[in-house]
Design a binder for this molecule. Structure first.
Ligand SMILES: *[C@@H]1O[C@H](CO)[C@@H](O)[C@H](O)[C@H]1NC(C)=O
Ligand SMILES: *[C@@H]1O[C@H](CO)[C@@H](O)[C@H](O)[C@H]1NC(C)=O
Ligand SMILES: *[C@@H]1O[C@H](CO)[C@@H](O)[C@H](O)[C@H]1NC(C)=O
Ligand SMILES: *[C@@H]1O[C@H](CO)[C@@H](O)[C@H](O)[C@H]1NC(C)=O
Ligand SMILES: *[C@@H]1O[C@H](CO)[C@@H](O)[C@H](O)[C@H]1NC(C)=O
Ligand SMILES: *[C@@H]1O[C@H](CO)[C@@H](O)[C@H](O)[C@H]1NC(C)=O
Ligand SMILES: *[C@@H]1O[C@H](CO)[C@@H](O)[C@H](O)[C@H]1NC(C)=O
Ligand SMILES: *[C@@H]1O[C@H](CO)[C@@H](O)[C@H](O)[C@H]1NC(C)=O
Ligand SMILES: *[C@@H]1O[C@H](CO)[C@@H](O)[C@H](O)[C@H]1NC(C)=O
Length: 780
């Protein structure tokens, strides 16, 4: 059977970023998703910045004719003293569909003046967002003509909009073989003519203001994410012959509409909002955004959350990356409840390169560059940091100037492919790159520039101890090629951002995890030889890679169930996820210990089960209004998100946990009891009887009423109450506990539950302490 490889996702983790985005890396050494304020440009005496301005429409209902909208927006602009008219040259974007507002170049004083105008809601300077790959469909249980794919017809008729760095249109992953024309209601277009567009690539537009007219991908990220979501079948895809197989996206027959809004420097929020606005207006069904803010932000200030709300109001499903700020807790981005927030896990594929030491110890690592002519005779082994020189230990540029590594194998404590360049330039024969402590066992398989392997932190420590134990340390690397069936998969990637969810702690996030480590997918150029024209693929890692896997799976569900709302599709994905591995052991994290609920949410996506969930937890756009009021937002801020007038004092606000979400995250102080209700909709078998199974939560008593739900027809809705009662003080030290409830008939419908055990806000300290204790575990 041919190994199906899948092109996918890009993690803008600095670890992986380094190899391809050295520019960006230099700017953002410490923080992968860097958001820097854009320096104001001096124009005349005033310094202007691009602001995103939200306004209310003058009447409700209001004509949504573009001219009327625009003239209303223009009335907010400063008046040009010479002409006496509103200065139209300031306008950057007039948004039409997902928000009422515009982007314009303004000075801070002008914004202050604008605040006085009737209809003004809010204005924020735009931010720079950061961007956050051949075997994954098989691993996720999708095989040609069996299971999920045949049922869902591979996403036929569904349009996935990808907002990213553009696309490489002539890549074979975007061939339209076997693709029907786009659905008749599609209103999008190819700004660059037909070709490059075809029945696969049905839309191609650019929203990069300083690089107009170039939707072509100069980075690779957008090509990778688009092919992961919906790339067509490409045989013999590999990098240096590794991970060889048929590359294919999750929804191979879905159409792609590409909105280029990001460059190698990141993405401007005004551009991203314009791209979402256009995509929804043109009729995409699913939106995939592998990007995010690099700092925590409230929902009403977050253009991705605001744009995504406009999308779900128009029944467009939105999947976003959770961020690459793990393993820290509370590091999650894109946590709005109307977004599917995707964390990253490993697959069962290794591209193995084993470090063999002079004492016969062996340590399995990974590298995509596997030279066939490398002699496996033992070479002298050196660790440049052995004398305590921390800079030399990194093998960063310039760090090996005074160290003799000629013809030796060098152990480095660094990041990425550039360390290999330093070792090669200093005359080193090979490199063993060891993980940072926080990365634990999450190793990346990279396209190194010399014989190399990347090993875990623990293995690196063992190699250091060996070097220290002998006067003649020696080692070599054995290249073993692609290994499928690696035990321990899926494991949560070290970099995958974790909850609790800063923007809304009462909504459990991430929602789901999916493949995001060492993903092989289409790329903008050959990483082997930039001059060849052979099919170009690259292997990269990140929650950016995990997100489009879920976008593709959402397209499969949309195809199978065209009437389902975005919330129903999301519920289907979450309630059917696998929270254990094949042998019913818990999914593990980068330390190889059981992962907790703030790392995996509902668990690892199971694509075939998600197509047939039995019951769904549905949410209508208006249901979010009491939830947003319950967050304590002002009327203006709620209005900015939902796009219509809201008076919270007349709305019955609800606590976050009362939203009809398919999971729970609550705070439960001692001696308290809380009750919430949920409504489930039968989308499985008309006459069916579900009983509830409760996974015990230490220190918390959970009861559900009724315990049996008898359905007699499809689309029937039933309500249940769930009560959480804190029992005696738990003797367990944990400050949070977890469990689940599952409704069981022929289907299993599981909701994960996280419970924080106190009312106060001391959790920051608790989570930091937990991270520190985890680091201790990690050293063992
Ligand atoms: C922005 O302005 C600051 C202060 O003037 C300067 O240090 C920085 O280099 C500027 N950044 C860019 C990208 O121009
Ligand atoms: C998905 O769930 C089905 C049914 O429980 C199971 O047989 C299959 O192994 C799962 N697939 C994956 C990839 O988890
Ligand atoms: C990749 O796999 C295909 C099909 O199994 C095979 O024909 C081809 O020779 C392989 N290529 C490499 C480089 O291993
Ligand atoms: C090497 O061994 C010495 C003595 O056992 C110890 O003090 C030192 O920390 C070790 N260094 C490393 C890098 O393991
Ligand atoms: C399942 O996970 C456990 C750790 O939780 C691991 O020891 C075991 O090898 C895994 N099984 C498989 C088949 O991957
Ligand atoms: C997924 O979970 C189902 C039970 O819900 C189990 O039968 C199956 O083995 C799991 N598969 C994997 C790959 O974890
Ligand atoms: C909880 O109840 C117990 C028994 O009634 C009491 O001793 C304890 O002080 C209470 N704890 C809190 C935090 O109220
Ligand atoms: C402590 O946690 C363990 C494992 O989760 C559980 O079995 C036990 O019941 C808990 N003890 C108490 C007192 O909650
Ligand atoms: C639900 O249906 C089951 C059998 O299908 C029956 O035994 C049970 O009494 C019913 N319960 C209710 C509350 O209707």
């Amino acid at each position: 059977m041919s190994q199906t490889t899948m092109a996918c996702v890009l993690l803008f983790s600095f670890i992986f970023l380094l190899s391809f985005f050295s520019h960006f890396f230099q700017e953002t050494k410490a923080i992968p998703f860097q958001t820097t304020p854009i320096n104001a440009t001096k124009i005349g005496q005033k310094s202007l910045e691009t602001y995103i301005v939200h306004v209310s429409l003058p009447a409700d209902p209001y004509s949504s004719k573009l001219e009327d909208l625009e003239s209303w927006y223009y009335s907010f602009l400063p008046v040009n003293p010479t002409t006496g008219l509103n200065d139209a040259s300031r306008m950057v974007y007039s948004y039409r569909k997902v928000v009422s507002g515009f982007a314009a170049r303004l000075s801070a004083e002008e914004v202050k003046e604008m605040e006085e105008k009737k209809g003004f809601l809010s204005a924020r300077p735009e931010a720079l967002l950061a961007l956050q790959t051949t075997h994954s469909p098989d691993f996720l249980g999708l095989h040609k003509k069996v299971g999920g794919w045949s049922d869902a017809n591979q996403g036929k008729g569904v349009i996935i909009g990808v907002i990213d760095t553009g696309i490489t249109p002539d890549h074979p992953s975007f061939s339209d073989e076997d693709m029907p024309p786009p659905p008749p209601e599609w209103k999008g277009r190819c700004e660059y003519g037909n070709p490059p567009c075809n029945n696969k690539l049905i839309g191609l537009r650019s929203f990069i203001r300083d690089r107009p007219g170039l939707p072509f991908d100069e980075v690779g990220h957008g090509t990778h994410t688009a092919s992961t979501a919906a790339g067509n079948f490409v045989a013999n895809a590999n990098v240096y012959d590794n991970a060889n197989g048929t590359a294919v996206g999750m929804a191979p027959h879905a159409h792609l509409a590409i909105y280029s809004a990001c460059s190698r420097h990141g993405c401007r929020s005004a551009d991203v909002l314009a791209a979402i606005d256009a995509a929804v207006l043109e009729g995409v069904h699913v939106l995939s955004l592998s990007l995010g803010f690099d700092f925590p932000i409230s929902l009403f200030e977050d253009e991705i959350a605001i744009g995504a709300f406009g999308a779900i109001r128009n029944r467009v499903f939105v999947s976003c990356s959770a961020g690459n700020y793990g393993p820290l807790y509370q590091s999650l981005r894109n946590g709005a409840p109307w977004i599917l927030t995707v964390g990253a896990s490993t697959t069962d594929r290794d591209v193995r390169a084993t470090a063999v030491l002079g004492n016969n110890q062996e340590f399995d690592g990974q590298s995509f560059f596997q030279p066939k002519d490398f002699q496996t005779t033992l070479l002298p082994l050196v660790y440049p940091g052995m004398n305590g020189d921390q800079f030399a230990a990194t093998c960063e540029k310039g760090s090996l100037d005074n160290i003799d590594v000629k013809a030796k194998i060098v152990l480095c404590d660094g990041f990425g492919v550039e360390t290999g360049e330093t070792v090669r330039d200093a005359g080193g024969a090979a490199m063993i790159l060891m993980n940072q402590q926080s990365s634990g066992y999450t190793t990346s398989a990279e396209v190194h520039v010399l014989p190399a392997t990347q090993v875990s932190f623990a293995d690196g420590q063992a190699i250091k101890a060996y070097i220290n134990s002998t006067s003649t340390p020696k080692a070599t690397i054995q290249f073993k090629g692609t290994i499928i069936g690696v035990k321990d998969a899926p494991a949560v990637a070290a970099f995958s951002s974790r909850g609790p969810n800063h923007a809304s702690p009462g909504i459990l996030k991430p929602d789901i995890i999916g493949p995001g480590v060492n993903i092989l997918a289409a790329w903008s150029e050959s990483v082997e030889d930039k001059t060849t024209t052979k099919s170009n693929f690259n292997v990269i890692s990140g929650t950016s890679m995990a997100c489009p896997h879920l976008s593709g799976i959402a397209a499969l569900i949309k195809n199978a169930h065209p009437r389902w709302s975005p919330a129903a599709i999301k519920s289907a994905i979450m309630t059917t996820a696998n929270f254990t591995n094949v042998t019913s052991s818990p999914i593990i994290d980068e330390r190889r210990v059981p992962a907790d609920i703030f790392m995996i949410g509902a668990g690892q996506v199971n694509a075939s089960r998600a197509l047939d969930p039995g019951l769904v937890y549905d949410i209508q756009p208006n249901d979010y209004i009491p939830y947003l009021c319950g967050l304590g937002y002002s009327d203006q801020n709620v209005r900015t998100i939902v796009g219509k007038p809201v008076t919270c004092s007349t709305v019955s606000s609800i606590p976050e946990a009362q939203l009809n979400y398919p999971s729970f995250a609550i705070q439960l102080p001692q001696n308290t009891t809380q009750t919430y209700s949920r409504i489930v909709t039968n989308v499985g078998i008309a006459v069916s009887s579900y009983h509830v199974e409760i996974e015990e939560i230490p220190g918390v008593e959970v009861s559900v009423q009724p315990e049996v739900l008898n359905f007699t027809e499809l689309d029937q809705q039933m309500t249940y109450q769930i009560t959480f009662r804190r029992t005696t003080t738990s003797s367990n030290k944990s400050f949070f506990v977890q469990g689940a409830i599952t409704w069981i008939s022929e289907h299993r419908v599981r909701s994960a539950i996280a419970v924080l055990l106190a009312a106060d806000t001391s959790y920051d300290k608790e989570f930091i302490a937990l991270e520190q204790s985890e680091q201790v575990t990690n050293t063992v």
